[in-house]
Design a protein around this ligand. Structure first.
Ligand SMILES: [Zn+2]
Length: 264
């Protein structure tokens, strides 16, 4: 049993006993861990109110290799995200995002880039502007970082390049505009676009405008450039990601029903 230090975001807390909590923490160094915080509910405790939902803290824990629960010995609050500045929508977005991280990661599988993405997104959720765009960006990048990023360039079945999507990433003159409104098949089970030949006989296939898929590709690019998602495309992308995530998880994410309340 060794003492480890880590930077962590609090994903969930449960009552364990009258005085103790079990916390699910997403750490930058070790990935997701679950730990017992003895005495956390007592007025005087070693955790100094750092174990609130979505708090960023520095922790020390005793790493137990044989049991599922580690033992949390210290937690120091580094930062609280003021997502309530964006009203209830800020909370919904933040809880939905942290819930997805919980659902899409395995215990003790370190993913520092995903940690940074969640921290950055919580930061963005503090301002009400373009909350929906920030959340879609988060979801799209989470999919790619967890190995579930759908193929947008080539048919997932035969590998043939899907040309319509490539055309829309350039500036749209009239011809390209027409092309970009064309529809592309997207396979939820295989996770990616399908050519018309491979579409036959496949289940769980939805059709999506090429323009919407091109926007997804922009969201995935590793740049700080803001991507503005037009309202007409947002609805389509929201629907696609909802279906794809439900398919991957085998159920709807816990906070899924609240997404409809998000302001632009
Ligand atoms: Zn194909």
């Amino acid at each position: 049993m060794s003492a480890e230090q880590a930077t962590a975001l609090v994903l969930r807390t449960y009552d364990f006993s009258e005085s103790s909590l079990v916390v699910t923490l997403f750490t930058r160094e070790f990935g997701k861990i679950r730990a017992l915080a003895k005495g956390a509910k007592r007025p005087k405790n070693p955790f100094d109110f750092a174990l609130d939902l979505l708090a960023l803290c520095r922790i020390v824990f005793l790493h137990k290799s044989t049991e599922a629960l580690h033992l949390l010995t210290e937690a120091k609050l580094l930062r609280r995200f003021r997502v309530e500045r964006s009203g209830l929508e800020g909370w919904y977005a933040a809880l939905y995002a942290s819930d997805l991280v919980n659902a899409m990661t395995h215990d003790e599988d370190a993913q520092p880039m995903l940690f940074d993405l969640l921290e950055d997104s919580l930061n963005r959720f503090q301002t009400r502007t373009r909350l929906k765009d920030h959340l879609l960006r988060f979801e799209w990048r989470l999919l790619s970082l967890t190995g579930h990023g759908p193929s947008l360039d080539a048919c997932v079945s035969c590998g043939e390049e899907i040309k319509n999507i490539a055309a829309t990433t350039q500036n749209s003159d009239d011809t390209q505009r027409k092309t970009s409104r064309s529809e592309v098949f997207f396979a939820l089970t295989e996770g990616g676009v399908l050519c018309p030949r491979c579409r036959a006989g496949k289940r769980a296939v939805v059709s999506v405008h090429a323009e919407a898929l091109a926007t997804l590709r922009l969201l995935g690019e590793d740049s700080d450039k803001e991507v503005h998602i037009p309202p007409s495309i947002y609805g389509e992308l929201r629907g696609l990601l909802n279906q794809y995530l439900c398919h991957l998880l085998g159920q709807r994410p816990r906070m899924h029903d609240y997404l409809g309340y998000l302001a632009g």
